[in-house]
Design a protein. Sequence first.
Length: 76
Amino acid sequence: MNSPTLDTNIKVTWPDGHRSYSPGTTEELFIIAADLLLQDLGHEAARTFVDQVFERHWPATEHQPTPITAIEQDAR
């Protein structure tokens, strides 16, 4: 599978200043997005949002943990 290459500039303005990002890969874009989501919503709200996104793409069954839970279990 070939990964796409990104050509983008992201400018974020916060009350205490601004930041600029230039992700070149989807992985870098996700890290930036996750960081911004955490800063904006806080840990619990960001986690709930990400869980909902995963649930839309990979619905959990009664015997299958959600992707976030599975990742946490693998980390143990």
